[in-house]
Ligand binder design. Structure first.
Ligand SMILES: NC(=O)c1ccc[n+]([C@@H]2O[C@H](COP(=O)([O-])OP(=O)(O)OC[C@H]3O[C@@H](n4cnc5c(N)ncnc54)[C@H](OP(=O)(O)O)[C@@H]3O)[C@@H](O)[C@H]2O)c1
Length: 332
């Protein structure tokens, strides 16, 4: 201690004050970032959806027949938006359309069954025709596919690689090119794209899915800057697991919400991701946001520690999935 005092006594006062200032600025910025995080996640509401269109304007939801997409459709219908429901299975779309029009008598729905993995121009032409004269307020780019189980990249089947990139990336780009110009002209709209923690941090054994969602992250954040002057909001929505067919998790917990709870926060928290490293990105569900904030603040999303954790977790999930498949094969 006495030695430290001796050393400090020879350092000029102005330099000591300079270091103290830098320290205070650093701690102040951390405290501010914590406050910003806390207010956004636990106190503030997101942008009111009426900013994007009044009741009777339209929302387009892709991957609308199940999981999060079905929930986005239902909750947007409850808020008075008419719906264009786009997904793979015609019968599921017809059922959902009937259900929504019965429950919310003041709304209209249109459906389009298309398989995004086929990447058919004719499907995108049908979508263009379907939305041509509609006042579309909101586009939810929700359609997505992951790996059937975590798999080393070199063992991943070519069709699975191709489908993940075609559905998650090309599907989202092409639908957005159909819908965004109308929003630009009307000078209002929201383009909400489903990202994933799998793309926010490198995720071994889901490498192609991880890459596809990282692609959407960069694309969405870039597009947000391009469309800002047209008053069109573009948001990338981040999520850890939610109980849907894709996650294969059935039981909800503090960390894994139901589709209903997740979508309620996704629609209620738009624009509240100002604490996140990437602009125009938000993590709407509170426990996911806590993980995201801690990782971004203390590790960084590119952290080797986080990647090692992800590797171990997905190797474990793969081993469990393979054992389950072997047990089921034995039963038959
Ligand atoms: N669930 C999670 O834990 C989680 C976490 C992070 C991010 N996400 C993202 O959230 C989005 C929705 O995921 P989810 O869990 O709701 O998935 P899901 O339950 O598997 O539902 C996927 C929806 O997309 C449709 N779909 C799938 N492949 C299609 C194709 N080739 N062409 C047309 N439609 C297709 C499905 O149609 P059918 O009904 O006809 O099968 C279904 O309506 C995805 O982008 C996913 O990456 C999910």
């Amino acid at each position: 201690m006495a030695y430290m005092n001796d050393v400090l006594s020879v350092v000029p006062q102005s330099i000591l004050l300079g270091f103290a200032g830098i320290g205070a600025l650093f701690l102040g910025s951390k405290a501010l970032s914590y406050l910003q995080f806390f207010l956004n996640v636990f106190v503030l509401s997101g942008t009111n959806l009426r900013k994007y269109g009044k009741k009777g304007t339209w929302a387009v939801v892709t991957g609308a027949s199940d999981g999060l997409g079905k929930e986005f459709a239902s909750q947007l219908a409850a808020k008075g938006f008419n719906l264009v429901l786009v997904s793979r299975t015609q019968s599921k779309l017809q059922d959902l359309s009937k259900e929504l029009e019965h429950k919310f008598t003041h709304i209209q729905t249109k459906i389009l069954a298309m398989d995004f993995s086929a990447d058919n121009d004719s499907d995108y032409e049908r979508l263009t025709e379907l939305v041509r004269d509609l006042d579309i307020a909101i586009l939810v780019n929700n359609v997505g596919q992951s790996h059937s189980i975590p798999t080393p990249f070199v063992l991943t089947e070519k069709k699975e690689l191709q489908d993940i990139i075609t559905i998650n990336c090309m599907g989202t780009l092409k639908v957005t090119q159909i819908v965004a110009p109308g929003m630009q002209q009307r000078k209002r709209g929201l383009i909400l794209t489903m990202g994933s923690f799998g793309g926010w941090a490198p995720t071994p054994y889901l490498a192609t899915y991880s890459g596809s969602k990282a692609f959407l992250q960069q694309w969405s954040s870039s597009l947000a800057a391009e469309l800002k002057s047209s008053n069109v909001d573009v948001q990338l929505c981040l999520s850890y697991l939610v109980t849907t067919a894709m996650s294969k998790v059935r039981r909800t917990s503090a960390l894994i919400p139901s589709a209903r709870a997740f979508v309620r926060s996704a629609l209620g928290k738009i624009g509240t991701g100002t604490w996140q490293a990437m602009p125009d990105t938000y993590t709407p569900f509170w426990s996911h946001a806590l993980i995201g904030w801690a990782a971004e603040t203390f590790l960084g999303t590119g952290s080797r520690i986080l990647r090692s954790y992800n590797l171990k977790m997905h190797v474990d999930i793969r081993n469990r999935a393979l054992k389950k498949a072997a047990r089921e094969a034995k039963k038959q």
